[in-house]
Write a protein that binds this ligand. Structure first.
Ligand code: URA
Length: 411
């Protein structure tokens, strides 16, 4: 296979064969095909798209690049949810332990920050010691004992997505329906699931800007999943304002803990319950009870302890990750909050250091936003619109200017 020719054919909008796509992914996974050729290929796919047959072939090739979970006989329902990415979306941190409490197994394989959206793995790593790089054998044993595991792609498990995901993050090739479908569904199919719910976001803070594009993405992912024997449902959610009131790695874990303690913002609790209900196989009231009486929180603490963290660190996360500059932004006038632009807030969080500019970059766990106002909140002149957590005063000023553009008040 001559890779430059293959890239050029995709650039010209040709349909590639299943065999060509498989060889490309195999070559990229083994390192034979370098990042620069894969970047060019991803950009060609971004502009030209892929047919349904090509997208399915890419998904299967990426799944076949590594091992898959093989659950023991007599296992309980194996379920999961995956989001197409949003701002302040910390639902996975709550849903995974909650649904495990309902008697399901949740082998959740997640990603890092992608574009302006945060990543579950980065958020989990803000818990000191939390290890997301675990082997499939360790994960399987943990699943049997605890019912939940939260991990990342490894060199053995979804290795093609591991490489391509971080490449797309820094090459402007994230918002492609084919690449998102293959990335998400290759991970989920490797988990060998019975049921999957997809949280497909649309709006300024999502990769799909319109509901119509989100519907197309959802339909494609559902089709690939069903073809592989998984019961898949997709729920569409707008991402015009951030989920909850916190954006940033440790700040989002703190808010997720509030929700796990039966508190936290109403929109976060609602979307978590909607998605959990779609897969857990128990009534919503039961899920609510497990959030309110500490059952889900205890499972999260056990998860943290099992994966190398210390539950006693959780109440201290704000001290552990304290940004040097923490200051409020004040309302310039009185009014009702008409808009909190998720895309702008996500971009500001990225520039504060919550995401990456190069694949080799680390993320700053401490920076971001909390106490963000929500659409419909009534605000008086001078009251806080949010708190910015920044590395220095220059970054604070940059984020403040972006917040002033992101939040609109009406009379
Ligand atoms: N989540 C993923 O795992 N992959 C994507 O491409 C987008 C969201």
């Amino acid at each position: 296979m001559h890779v430059p020719t293959l890239i050029a054919r995709k650039r010209e909008g040709e349909e590639l064969s299943t065999g060509e796509i498989r060889q490309l992914i195999e070559g990229y996974t083994t390192g034979e095909i370098p990042d620069y050729q894969m970047s060019a290929f991803a950009m060609a796919v971004y502009f030209r798209g892929m047919t349904a047959v090509e997208t399915a072939a890419l998904t299967k090739a990426m799944m076949a690049s590594g091992d898959c979970f093989s659950h023991r006989a007599g296992h309980p329902p194996v379920v999961d949810k995956h989001s197409t990415g949003g701002i302040g979306d910390k639902v996975s941190l709550i849903l995974a332990p909650l649904v495990a409490c309902a008697g399901c197994w949740v082998p959740m394989v997640s990603g890092r920050g992608l574009g302006i959206t945060g990543g579950t793995l980065d958020k989990l790593e803000s818990i000191p010691g939390f290890n997301v790089r675990i082997s499939l054998d360790t994960a399987a044993a943990q699943l049997d004992r605890l019912g939940v595991v939260m991990m990342g792609q490894t060199d053995r498990f979804c290795p093609a997505d591991k490489k391509l995901y971080s490449l797309r993050d820094v090459t402007g090739t994230v918002p492609s329906i084919a690449l998102i479908t293959a990335s998400i569904m290759s991970k989920k199919l490797s988990e060998t699931l019975d049921r999957l719910v997809l949280d497909v976001k649309y709006g300024t803070g999502a990769f799909m800007r319109t509901k119509k594009d989100a519907e197309t993405l959802a339909a494609g992912m559902v089709a690939v999943g069903r073809e592989m024997g998984v019961e898949v449902t997709a729920l569409l959610h707008p991402m015009s304002e951030p989920t909850g009131r916190a954006v940033g790695n440790a700040l989002e874990v703190i808010e997720a803990l509030e929700c796990l303690d039966g508190r936290g913002p109403a929109d976060l609790r609602q979307v978590t319950l909607d998605l959990s209900e779609a897969i857990a196989g128990v009534p919503r009231a039961e899920l609510e009870r497990m959030l309110d009486d500490g059952t889900a929180r205890r499972k999260f603490d056990e998860l943290v302890a099992t994966q190398g963290g210390k539950p006693e660190d959780l109440p201290r996360l704000a001290e552990i990750h304290r940004a040097p500059v923490i200051r409020e932004v004040h309302a310039p006038a009185s009014g009702v909050v008409g808009k909190v632009d998720a895309g702008m807030i996500g971009q500001a969080a990225l520039q504060l250091g919550a995401g990456r500019a190069k694949a080799s970059d680390g993320v700053d766990f401490a920076v971001g936003f909390d106490r963000l106002v929500k659409t419909g909140d009534e605000i008086r002149h001078g009251q806080p619109l949010c708190r910015i957590h920044a590395r220095n005063a220059v970054d604070f000023d940059m984020a403040e200017a972006m917040v002033e553009r992101a939040i609109r008040l009406r009379d």
